[in-house]
Design a protein around this ligand. Structure first.
Ligand code: BGC
Ligand code: MN
Length: 296
């Protein structure tokens, strides 16, 4: 009888140690949420960048396995330094949008960023108002708790992995070297194309102007906002910040822009985020992006 009890005790002690040990192993092997995510720069064979081949959404959804609904990605097993919102103003450029998404998602994933891509679509036939779309996109994305905002033209494709989409510096002009400008920066004040902003800096300049429609001028106006608020523009090196501009029909040019730019240095206080009004937009979670449909 005594022997049976001893054996039972022995078995239960071993079992307890086994369970304890196993729990320890599980705990130790858990992803360390405190580890900062790393960037993996090596050009991938699976997802070369840039890639100008057209593809379809279904194909992208099946390949970009890391994506959550709404074009959202949360790195696994590490903590992203920032929560990045990519804002793409849009109307009638389906093919360009597909090509941009097929390049951006793999690049952002490799950079270990927590991000969401927003496509902000002008749902009216009025002249295209990129500045206003950007302001609305910012206001909407802000409610999702982002720390870093990227304003991204739909026709600019990053050419290399080292254009890190984070906000270590702000404001930062990313599209410094564009093929159609012979990879040269045309003007040191330029902020148009792709730029990244910390929330506080973007609010400090009162966002973009809401008044520039059609092509041109809204970014020149932003240059004045930056100067007047004593901010400086940061950039990557010329051989890093390279982009290809996709070809498209020239949109109508804003011929009034030079006239409008005359009061830009003073207008920023009374035109921008502070004066933005719009009807609450429709928000749809697509698999590759969060779509925001809005009337200007
Ligand atoms: C336009 C800007 C544009 C720049 C680039 C200017 O004339 O007003 O919108 O970014 O040219 O060349
Ligand atoms: Mn363009």
């Amino acid at each position: 009888m005594r022997e049976v009890t001893v054996i039972r005790r022995l078995v239960s002690t071993v079992a307890i140690f086994y369970i304890l040990g196993y729990t320890m192993v599980l705990l130790l092997a858990r992803p360390k949420e405190n580890l900062m995510c790393q960037t993996y720069h090596q050009g991938s064979v699976l997802y070369p960048i840039p890639n100008f081949a057209d593809t379809n959404e279904k194909d992208m959804v099946s390949r970009f396995t890391w994506l959550g609904n709404g074009g959202y990605s949360l790195p696994y097993g590490c903590r992203s330094k920032e929560r990045v919102a990519i804002l793409i103003p849009y109307r009638d450029r389906e093919k360009q949008l597909r090509i941009l998404l097929s390049n951006l998602h793999p690049l952002l994933y490799r950079q270990g960023l927590e991000y969401r891509i927003y496509v902000i679509e002008q749902a009216d036939t009025k002249p295209f108002n990129k500045g206003m779309l950007y302001n609305i996109a910012f206001s909407e994305a802000k409610t999702d708790n982002h720390t870093c905002f990227v304003f991204h033209d739909v026709d600019l494709i990053p050419e290399n992995d080292q254009i890190v989409y984070n906000c270590v510096r702000s404001p930062m002009h990313r599209s410094r070297a564009i093929d159609s400008f012979n990879y040269r920066l045309p003007d040191r004040k330029l902020i148009g194309g792709v730029s990244m902003w910390k929330k506080e800096d973007f609010e400090k300049v009162n966002g973009w102007s809401n008044l520039f429609v059609n092509w041109g001028g809204e970014d020149d106006d932003m240059s004045y906002r930056i100067i007047m608020n004593k901010l400086s523009i940061f950039r990557f090196r010329n051989n890093v910040a390279r982009y290809t501009m996709l070809k498209h029909k020239r949109t109508p040019v804003n011929t009034a822009r030079y006239q409008m730019l005359m009061d830009s240095p003073w207008r920023f206080k009374v035109d921008g985020l502070s004066t933005l009004t719009y009807i609450p937009p429709t928000r749809e979670n697509h698999q590759l992006y969060t779509r925001i449909l809005v009337r200007t």
